[in-house]
Design a binder for this molecule. Structure first.
Ligand code: SF4
Length: 337
């Protein structure tokens, strides 16, 4: 566990060195919750852009609850892990429900247990929001804190229970939100996975791992799977692509895009082979063979800016449009719009 001296040293370091991030300048629990959900799987530099967009589009929990889920997906477009956006929408609707029906009368709840009961909120987010937005003394555990704990205690593979116990025992209870953020900030900027600045670290006096920080924790091997898909893109007679909304579960659920198939290349003479698109998700390498159907009779397609598309679908449609509208700049612009 960290001592009182460690706590004061880390908080003093945080007060001086914390990054200037807009969600640290607000007391609005909704804005803080949006930042925590976004930052779960999005880098801070990109999270800044999407947080700004989400706060402007849905300034209150009620404004999101009143919007269709498609509007939330559209605002989330490009941020990835779209299940977060769908769950966020479900969360907003649950918060707006009357208490008698299991909701929270329009007020975001403040306790760890109540927050944990909301859709899309796990132990990390519940602790982060309860401590940062409501100053409740609960300790967060995320990957950064696990790494700092492993190095502080020189443990190669601490269990989740051990990390939580260390975080609980180290918690500074006067400023719990700042405390949790200071530990995460240290892991994100000083005690990083491949680099560590032990010489300037506020916790160096008590750290058992300074001799060989890279040994703690043992790096986990990430399993990356490969997925090959075939996309058949169709452009309607008005120049816009024919798009379909995906089911609400599975990859890119609820987003729009061309039809994908997992089977072999279609043997259809009317198809034009446009080449391949490669796309990397965190644990998946996706390769899409893109074809354009030359026989579309659909009168109207869908304007791309009107619906939410994944980054992969954007790439696929761009490649298809380049082949179909080569040399015709006005049509290509339409197909891309
Ligand atoms: S002293 Fe080094 S290894 Fe220990 S917490 Fe600080 S940066 Fe990490």
């Amino acid at each position: 566990m960290l001592s009182n001296n460690d706590q004061q040293a880390l908080l003093a370091w945080y007060d001086e060195h914390q990054r200037d991030l807009p969600w640290r300048q607000t007391n609005d629990p909704w804005a803080i919750l949006l930042s925590e959900i976004l930052l779960q799987q999005t880098q801070v530099s990109r999270g800044l852009i999407y947080w700004q967009r989400m706060v402007e589009t849905f300034p209150t929990v009620g404004s999101m609850a009143a919007a269709p889920v498609d509007a939330v997906l559209k605002a989330w477009e490009g941020a990835g892990y779209y299940s977060r956006a769908r769950r966020l929408h479900a969360l907003s609707q649950r918060v707006m429900m009357p208490k008698a029906e299991g909701g929270f009368d329009g007020q975001l709840p403040s306790t760890y247990d109540e927050l944990l009961s909301l859709p899309g909120i796990g132990p990390y987010t519940a602790a982060a929001v309860a401590s940062i937005a409501f100053r409740h003394p609960v300790a967060c555990v995320d990957g950064n804190i696990r790494r700092v704990m492993a190095r502080q205690t020189a443990q190669a593979d601490p269990t989740p229970k051990q990390v939580q116990e260390w975080a609980d025992g180290s918690l500074e209870t006067e400023r719990p939100g700042d405390w949790n953020q200071s530990l995460m900030e240290l892991g994100a900027t000083v005690c990083t996975p491949k680099r560590w600045a032990c010489g300037t670290c506020p916790l160096r006096a008590s750290c058992a791992g300074t001799g060989d920080p890279g040994a703690y924790p043992t790096p986990k091997k990430q399993r990356v799977t490969a997925l090959h898909l075939v996309a058949v893109v169709e452009f309607a007679l008005d120049g816009h692509p024919v798009l379909h909304q995906r089911p609400m579960s599975g990859m890119f659920a609820g987003l729009w895009g061309p039809m994908y198939r997992e089977d072999a290349m279609p043997k259809d003479e009317g198809l034009v082979d446009c080449g391949t698109v490669n796309h990397q998700l965190s644990h998946k390498k996706i390769k899409v063979q893109v074809y354009v159907s030359g026989s579309s009779q659909a009168p109207k397609g869908i304007r791309r800016s009107d619906v939410a598309l994944s980054t992969l679908d954007e790439k696929v449609l761009n490649l298809a449009a380049e082949h179909v509208f080569e040399g015709d700049d006005s049509a290509a612009t339409k197909a891309k719009g």
